[in-house]
Ligand binder design. Structure first.
Ligand SMILES: Cc1cc2nc3c(=O)[nH]c(=O)nc-3n(C[C@H](O)[C@H](O)[C@H](O)COP(=O)(O)O)c2cc1C
Length: 369
């Protein structure tokens, strides 16, 4: 689709069926503040509504099934209570004039038996344990070796995403983003460091991308392609993910996504941590020529870098994580080019309203309660 003529973060843009008032997206951020039954509560609704001046909000990752659960107090999208909880959030964001997509998540091997139904092993493409620790209700515990999914089970896992997509529709979202990034299940299938299967889901790049494309197919069946986005992180090393040739793997996946004409592709830049951990950093600009539709760039952006990426065509929109977490009125602050609140890392994951709904607005009158 031809994008509305403009060259900066503060101009309207088409995204699927929507015209967004600006190109500033709130990136998905896990905050571990879901209530009983991993259902969102009114405080979560307040947090998102405070940020409704974003062109688009993408919610924190939300597990599509009990099997997809990987961290304490993350919200799900698989029970009636969770759908009702999310409805509080979508109503609050819409009442505040915003738009919100739900991020559909399955953590795969980045889980722990204490978080799984009946204490089962987490599932993955191959039985390879990640290095590091799982976050559990009793603190950090070493990751276990996951159970490799049987070929016959994989359609059921795709159906978990399909059901999550249906539930997101019922909860009043404006669209969904498939979490294909950061070493979670979809990424585990895609990259050869975690996928050593010998069936139709492993081996060649085409086979490793099959699960991702089947999930996209299932989710677009529910929503129509133009209200579906997908997030990929080609250079990421978090969660012990790696590939022998990320440029080739992600080039294939990104080119294959063109055929769906999705609402957007959300692509992450390499971070300093990825470079420290020996990843092969590939900037978003290298993938841009492969993708013909709306692209959201993410990772380490500020006002100047965001405007530059839009002006030179590397991105159509830019998403902001930590800065949006700490600045509920980020679009206004960026527009005025004014001071920003500092993100407090101690309150990122878990806790109460501190570091969640209490970041100050520039103009106190705009605070939404
Ligand atoms: C507290 C926190 C939680 C995050 N949780 C998620 C998540 O649930 N899903 C996801 O795709 N990315 C997640 N991310 C990554 C962000 O979406 C984004 O990619 C990252 O922060 C880089 O953008 P930034 O430099 O603007 O912060 C998280 C980041 C932060 C800071």
């Amino acid at each position: 689709m031809t994008q509305l003529t403009s060259t900066d973060l503060f101009s309207p843009v088409h995204l699927g069926p929507y015209i967004l008032p600006n190109r500033i997206v709130m990136a998905p951020m896990t905050r571990n503040r879901a209530g009983a039954g991993n259902a969102p509560t009114p405080i979560n609704a307040t947090y998102y509504a405070q940020r409704a001046t974003a062109g688009l909000i993408v919610s924190e990752g939300s597990q599509v099934s009990p099997q997809g659960f990987g961290y304490p107090a993350t919200p799900g999208i698989h029970s009636p209570e969770q759908i009702a909880g999310w409805q509080l959030v979508t109503d609050a964001v819409h009442n505040a004039g915003g738009r919100i997509f739900l991020q559909l998540w399955h953590t795969g091997r980045i889980s722990h038996p204490s978080l799984q139904p009946d204490g089962a092993l987490p599932v993955a493409p191959s039985a390879i344990a990640p290095a590091g620790n799982a976050m559990t209700y009793t603190g950090n515990q070493p990751f276990v070796t996951p159970r490799a999914l049987e070929t016959e089970e994989i359609p059921d896992v795709v159906d978990q995403f399909r059901q999550g997509a249906k539930n997101a529709l019922a909860a009043g979202f404006d669209g969904v983003e498939i979490h294909g990034a950061f070493g979670y299940l979809i990424d585990q299938f895609l990259q050869d460091g975690t996928n050593q299967r010998s069936d139709m889901y492993g081996g060649s790049i085409k086979n490793r991308a099959r699960f991702l494309l089947e999930v996209v197919e299932a989710v677009t069946d529910v929503w129509g392609a133009n209200r579906v986005g997908i997030k990929l992180s080609p250079s990421n090393t978090f969660n012990d993910i790696h590939d022998s040739d990320p440029k080739a793997t992600f080039s294939y996946a990104i080119a294959a996504l063109n055929s769906f004409e999705l609402g957007y592709l959300h692509l992450m830049e390499p971070t300093p941590a990825d470079i420290r951990h020996g990843g092969k950093p590939i900037p978003v600009s290298e993938f841009r020529p492969l993708y013909a539709y709306t692209l959201i760039a993410n990772g380490g952006y500020d006002r100047e870098k965001g405007n530059a990426a839009i002006a030179n065509g590397d991105a159509d929109l830019v998403s902001f994580g930590a800065l949006f977490l700490a600045n509920p009125d980020l679009p206004e602050r960026l527009r005025l080019n004014t001071a920003l609140n500092e993100p407090d890392r101690n309150t990122f994951y878990g806790g109460d309203e501190k570091g969640y709904t209490d970041y100050p607005f520039l103009y106190p009158t705009t605070i939404i309660h």
